[in-house]
Design a binder for this molecule. Structure first.
Ligand SMILES: CC(C)(COP(=O)(O)OP(=O)(O)OC[C@H]1O[C@@H](n2cnc3c(N)ncnc32)[C@H](O)[C@@H]1OP(=O)(O)O)[C@@H](O)C(=O)NCCC(=O)NCCS
Length: 367
């Protein structure tokens, strides 16, 4: 198999009307709207409506969705008990995966009606799962309105600043959807077997957790914070490249020129750093970006400056990839709904590279 087609690079594995990534590094659209317009003008709840129902909401529809999301912050007792029984040093991605499974038992899809209903239920419940696990069930009583603020409260247990909320809202929009990325493809493969909605989302969370996919934002933070100055970072990254190490938060499976989401999140990382009066991580990040371009012509993907933006907003590193889940669940859900609407079991072929057919050897005759 050629290097070009391993990992299904360049292979069209199905069709979708939800999103196109713009292979040249410009042109990322959700249902026809540019990512730049959505990140600047929309709120996350509008994007959820766009992804799940195919159109931006009217004011009434937006209010109705916000009301539903608020109502869905509450968790059944079974889920609270499961979450509270998990160790405090568990990785929060494992906590979310477990929480989704538990919710699927407490409120099976057959009781909720259709996939979109489950999707909204999950979007409302996911931030609460993190809050209940690491802060306790009382945290659910907090009275905040919009989803981004609620998420920040569940992560930090304190009222976030307005700038942090706006950054989080934009970040949720950027992370919401990205065509046939690995976790979405997982969700679609799972949906194609007619598995239930929770199973599709659980599988997607597992796929997202890997460092080559969503886990890259946590690894990017670990990289950035090991350096004291931009000069240290430039030297350190050059040494890592010489050792042929991967630099997390750089490169992309589809984009070849730039990641169109990077400029937006970089701008937010700068703004949050300025507001905190501490530009050190941002400047170290820029130094790494310069070296990566000079040495490898590689550009930052969305995960790289998300790390600095989240860190400066006071979010713990282990919660970075979980934030990705709280957003991308909307895209996964839209794809599960789309897959189900015109389903055929996804079952590709493999190129066999094993030994030729041979005779079975009884165990007593094996050397
Ligand atoms: C995203 C990623 C998995 C794409 O992998 P891919 O499609 O195989 O990458 P490419 O084919 O463009 O790689 C071209 C070359 O650049 C190298 N490269 C790609 N990303 C690199 C990185 N982040 N650091 C160092 N080298 C990198 C590859 O090793 C390859 O080198 P080679 O030709 O000597 O084998 C890869 O860029 C990566 O591992 N990035 C770091 C993890 C990350 O940020 N993931 C989040 C993605 S949104």
């Amino acid at each position: 198999m050629s290097k070009q087609t391993t990992g299904l690079r360049g292979v069209k594995a199905g069709s979708t009307s939800i999103c196109t990534v713009g292979a040249e590094g410009h042109g990322l659209h959700y249902r026809g709207y540019t990512i730049e317009d959505l990140a600047q003008y929309a709120c996350f709840e509008e994007v959820v409506h766009l992804l799940l129902w195919g159109a931006l909401p009217t004011e009434r529809e937006l209010d109705a969705l916000k009301t539903q999301l608020r109502a869905h912050r509450q968790l059944p007792d079974l889920v609270v008990r499961v979450l509270r029984s998990l160790p405090s040093d568990a990785h929060p991605m494992d906590v979310l995966r477990t929480g989704v499974s538990a919710l699927g038992i407490a409120e099976p899809e057959r009781d909720l009606g259709n996939g979109v209903t489950v999707a909204v239920r999950l979007l409302g419940a996911l931030p609460s799962m993190l809050g209940v696990w690491h802060l306790g069930a009382d945290v659910l009583d907090v009275d905040v309105d919009d989803h981004a603020t609620y998420i920040l409260y569940m992560l930090k247990a304190e009222t976030p600043s307005e700038l942090e909320c706006r950054m989080m809202d934009a970040s949720l929009i950027l992370y919401a959807e990205h065509e046939f990325n690995a976790s979405t493809f997982t969700a679609r493969v799972c949906a194609s077997t007619l598995a239930d909605f929770y199973g599709c989302i659980t599988g997607a969370i597992g796929t997202l957790s890997g460092p080559l996919h969503g886990g890259a934002n946590e690894r990017a933070m670990e990289l950035i914070e090991q350096f004291e100055t931009p000069e240290d970072a430039a030297t350190g990254v050059r040494e890592m490249l010489a050792r042929r190490e991967l630099i997390m938060g750089f490169g992309h499976g589809v984009y070849r020129v730039r990641d169109p989401r990077n400029a937006i999140i970089k701008n937010w990382a700068r703004q949050v750093s300025e507001a905190m009066g501490d530009m050190s991580l941002y400047e170290i990040s820029e130094a790494i970006e310069r070296v990566m371009w000079d040495e490898k012509k590689l550009f930052p993907n969305l995960d790289f400056y998300s790390a600095t933006a989240y860190h400066m907003a006071g979010i713990e590193t282990a919660l970075f990839t979980p934030v990705f889940v709280l957003s991308r669940c909307s895209g996964w859900a839209a794809h599960v709904v789309e897959q189900r609407a015109d389903n055929r079991l996804i079952r590709p072929l493999a190129e066999y590279t094993g030994v030729e057919a041979r005779d079975y050897v009884p165990i007593e005759d094996r050397g």
